[in-house]
Design a protein around this ligand. Structure first.
Ligand code: NAD
Length: 500
């Protein structure tokens, strides 16, 4: 299909779908085939401004809707997502590449976010203490922050926007989403579902675009809070620039996640855990384990089975049955990942499984890189330190758990890390000493469920309050503390301690 015949996506602003005012647009492609699926507009400052005005106008209306009604709206959103979950999953696979099984799991997690936000009449409660002085009470209530905006990456087209959207509106905020310009289609479906909820116009808005919209959001005085998820350099830029205009910011960045394998690990289960973590979604998860650290004899116990299981993985179009690993998001990403493997080999690593040419017999326009294992990697190599964001697993040897922890703690990232062992003392030591926000014990992808915060450290996260769980309510509300006394019943003569 020619690009000109392809659908040009619309924005959703003030309760209506409308074309962006800018003329520029990019192709959205299916990375398994190279087919152009749609064109995404690169909206401009005027488009963003219209969304901010709509969101600001809706704010007083929406924050006064009762919290129970807001929760009921989320029940409706949950039902709508459930009804269209297969459409959402197919869209994720078609625009991003992950297998349909993985995409369904992503959509299930998306729905779980809405379920967690449905608890808002409980989770948004404040605190009260009577008699802080005689007849004086003190209470803290939570109120919405205002207009909240989210900027999201390509790797979870359904879920990552929903780390923020349901919690933000549950708390009485209005919301603007800028999807990744590489994968804007799944949120078109999500917003069709949102449209059916009959929310007041402007409560939830969708503005497609790239860098210009992001920078506009960071500078716009009509936006009160920014949630960002993406690569580490952009996370830093977002954090610094949004703070300059006094916004509340949470910026989740890149990662380099380690998996420590102890000699006593249950190896068959460990192999499955490593494979799912390193090669699921073709390694394009911020929680993907991309470095295995074998401790002592674990290396020789692990490697033959790991190599065999990796070689058995089927590479192909994620919509097809039996495919284990889909394409990476784009041909640019494919070339960058192949280049990383070249660099690792040039630095002295041995390709135990080499996926550089594994996709050559597949669709000519496809962005395939086969699962790759680089053995003999040392901690100083770039391939051990930098985020590749592809199906490339580095194997590093350590003599002891202490040495493994040292390697992990030397990383500038601190998103997730896992240990595989049956030794409770080693686990205790690991979870206590390791510098990362999310820890897995015999779990390769230790991404917390929606009811807990998603918590990176170091360069993997800039800010204070993390995504979803209890942190979401903290992030999307401002606290107001009221100290009060009453005179009319004759009891109000108590005094503040400052006067007593
Ligand atoms: P990216 O940083 O390229 O893009 C993220 C968003 O920022 C997109 O919406 C994009 O339009 C915008 N953007 C890109 N460059 C920009 C610039 N120079 N100025 C302003 N805005 C810009 O990230 P990506 O490639 O879409 O996603 C992959 C990255 O996201 C990986 O580094 C991955 O680890 C990270 N990620 C992190 C988490 C987490 O929870 N920490 C979760 C998912 C993905």
């Amino acid at each position: 299909m020619s690009a000109t015949a392809t659908r040009l996506l619309h924005n959703y602003v003030g309760g209506a779908w409308a074309p962006a005012s800018a003329g520029d647009a990019l192709d959205v492609t299916n990375p398994a085939t190279g087919e152009v699926l749609a064109r995404v507009p690169l909206s401009n400052a005027a488009d963003l401004d219209a969304a901010v005005r709509a969101a600001r106008a809706a704010l007083p209306v929406w924050r006064d809707v009762s919290v129970i009604e807001r929760a009921r709206t989320l029940f409706g959103l949950r039902a709508g997502l459930e009804r269209r979950k297969e459409d959402l999953a197919r869209s994720v696979t078609t625009e991003m590449g992950k297998t349909i099984v993985d995409a369904r799991a992503e959509v299930a997690r998306t729905i779980e976010m809405v379920e967690a936000a449905c608890a808002i009449p409980t989770t948004m409660q404040g605190r009260i203490l009577e008699d802080v002085s005689r007849n004086v009470d003190c209470e803290t209530v939570r109120q919405p922050v205002g207009v909240c905006a989210a900027i999201v990456p390509f790797n979870f087209p359904a879920m990552v926007p929903f780390w923020f959207l349901p919690f933000a509106i549950a708390c009485g905020n209005t919301f603007i989403l800028k999807p990744s310009e590489q994968v804007p289609l799944t949120q078109q479906i999500a917003f069709e579902i949102i449209e059916e909820l009959g929310l007041p116009a402007g409560v939830v808005n969708l503005v497609n675009g790239g860098r210009e919209i992001v920078e506009g959001m960071l500078d716009h005085e009509g936006i009160d809070a920014i949630s960002f998820v993406g690569s580490a350099p952009v996370a830093r830029l977002v954090y610094e620039r949004a703070a300059k205009t006094g916004k509340r910011v949470q910026a989740l960045g890149g990662a380099k996640n380690h998996m420590v394998i102890m000699p006593d690990a249950v190896m068959d289960k460990t192999v499955s855990g490593i494979i799912a973590s390193a090669f699921g979604a073709a390694g394009q998860r911020c929680m993907a384990g991309s470095v295995v650290i074998t401790v002592g004899k674990a290396h020789d116990r692990l490697l033959p089975d790991l190599v065999e299981a990796t070689r058995a993985l089927a590479l192909g179009d994620g919509t097809e049955d039996g495919v284990d690993v889909g394409p990476v998001v784009s041909c640019e990403a494919r070339d960058r990942i192949r280049d990383w493997i070249d660099r690792g080999v040039a630095a002295g690593a041995t390709p135990a499984v080499d996926g550089r040419e594994a996709g050559d017999g597949l669709a000519p326009g496809g962005a395939f890189v086969g699962p790759t294992i680089l053995d003999g990697v040392t901690p100083d190599m770039d391939i051990a330190q930098e985020e590749v964001f592809g199906p490339v697993l580095a194997i590093v040897r350590a003599g002891s758990l202490d040495e493994a922890v040292e390697i992990i703690n030397a990383s500038r990232f601190g998103n997730g890390t896992s240990i595989f062992t049956e030794n409770g003392a080693a686990v205790r030591r690991f979870r206590h000493d390791v510098q990362a926000g999310m820890i897995g014990v015999n779990i390769g992808v230790a991404a917390p469920v929606a009811f807990f915060p998603f918590t990176g450290w170091k360069d993997s996260f800039l800010g204070d309050l993390h995504a979803h769980g209890t942190d979401a309510v903290e992030f999307f509300t401002r606290k107001k503390t009221v100290t009060s006394r009453w005179f009319s019943d004759g009891q109000g003569h108590g005094s503040y301690f400052v006067e007593s």
